[in-house]
Design a binder for this molecule. Structure first.
Ligand code: KG4
Ligand code: ZN
Length: 350
């Protein structure tokens, strides 16, 4: 079976084709990515310091068909050989979502194929089921705690099995990726700033500034990151005019801010894993590409003698892409039709 995935929830336009192998050979993969093409309008957004929704959607209208063509070509698959279409229906920007959803509806109508609607947040979790760095995908066992950390979301969920998800908590204001991006803005780092902050942090001292890790001791599984951005601003504003001449200062601010974000993400996720006796911890979303975050999870899993194994997708599958959408569709297979599906920007975990 071949699944065509489509992802357009934010500023990326992604089309992937994955092949399902029902009886993989020993050591072989059940899901194989034949192609995973992503076009991004990031260059435009870094000029404006963030995403302007109608600019993103206009670019996606331009990219959609060429990205589809490229994905088919790379996979050496003809469109008539696609068995099912998986598409992100939410959450996300309405104009952006509509580009993917209407493309999927048109394809499903013309090809007379079913559609599986996919929650984008589930997609980030299911990136773990097509590829993992340290472990075979099938080594993931339940119950699992999933931490979704992206530019728009920070959520902690309990996964009892495929299709059975309980939301435990999330951010009350900014998402973790948004905190990286806003701190980057203060420091003059172009949007999106996460990867660049990680680079600067490598040469900085994480103890140089004592930035807060908000809500780290709260008893719930919620997060809050807007206070961190304010604290960084307050403590560094005197330094900002000279910062371009002070690489060490910028490295130290980045290392200290990154530490504040990572400490709270790791602490809350580990607390959830202990409470629910998780066997796996699944990281997902753009911030999960951060190597320091991954390393801290491994270190703390050992320190706290967790029974849970830590999984993180291959880095290219952490940020938005369509292969993760096809994967989520496979493991949560609910066929629908072009007449029934519609974009839902407010979609969350039900
Ligand atoms: O998942 P994603 O591509 O888009 C959303 O669904 O939001 O995540 C993008 C976010 C941005 O905020 C970006 O700064 C952050 O992920 N990000 C990182 C890293 N790479 C991307 N944050 C920290 N460290 C990284 N290496
Ligand atoms: Zn995302």
């Amino acid at each position: 079976m071949k699944i065509l995935g489509i992802e357009t929830s934010c500023d990326e336009t992604g089309v992937a084709i994955i092949e399902v192998n029902p009886n993989p050979p020993a050591g072989g993969k059940k899901l194989q990515i034949l192609s995973n093409v992503v076009a991004s309008s990031l260059a435009l957004h870094s000029q404006t310091g963030g995403i302007i929704p109608n600019v993103a959607a206009r670019e996606q209208v331009k990219y959609m068909i060429p990205v589809l063509q490229e994905s088919l070509k790379k996979a050496s698959v003809e469109i008539k050989d696609i068995d099912v279409i998986a598409v992100t229906v939410g959450p996300g920007l309405i104009g952006s979502l509509l580009v993917g959803v209407e493309t999927a509806r048109t394809l499903a109508y013309v090809l007379e194929k079913p559609i599986v609607p996919v929650n984008h947040l589930l997609g980030h979790i299911y990136a773990n089921f097509i590829s993992t760095i340290d472990n075979e995908p099938l080594a993931i066992s339940f119950p699992a705690i999933a931490l979704i950390v992206s530019g728009g979301h920070t959520d902690l969920v309990l996964m009892k099995k495929h299709g059975n998800i309980v939301w435990l908590g999330g951010t009350r204001d900014d998402a973790a990726g948004e905190a990286f991006d806003k701190i980057g803005r203060l420091l003059g780092i172009p949007y999106p700033a996460g990867a660049k902050i990680e680079e600067f942090a490598k040469n900085g001292n994480p103890k140089a500034f004592n930035f807060p890790s908000p809500m780290i001791y709260s008893k719930d599984f919620d997060f809050s990151f807007s206070g961190l951005k304010t604290a960084v601003f307050r403590e560094t504003k005197g330094l900002l005019p000279t910062i371009n001449h002070e690489p060490l200062t910028i490295n130290n601010i980045c290392a200290s801010a990154q530490k504040a974000i990572i400490d709270v993400l790791v602490a809350k996720t580990i607390k959830a894993a202990q409470k629910y006796e998780a066997k796996s911890i699944l990281l997902g979303g753009g911030v999960a590409a951060n190597q320091k975050l991954r390393d801290e999870f491994q270190l703390n899993a050992k320190r706290y003698e967790l029974n849970a194994k830590i999984f993180a997708p291959q880095k290219s599958l952490c940020t938005d892409n369509a292969a993760m959408i096809a994967s989520a569709a496979f493991f949560n297979y609910k066929e629908s039709s072009w007449q029934k599906i519609k974009a839902n920007p407010e979609l969350y975990f039900d």
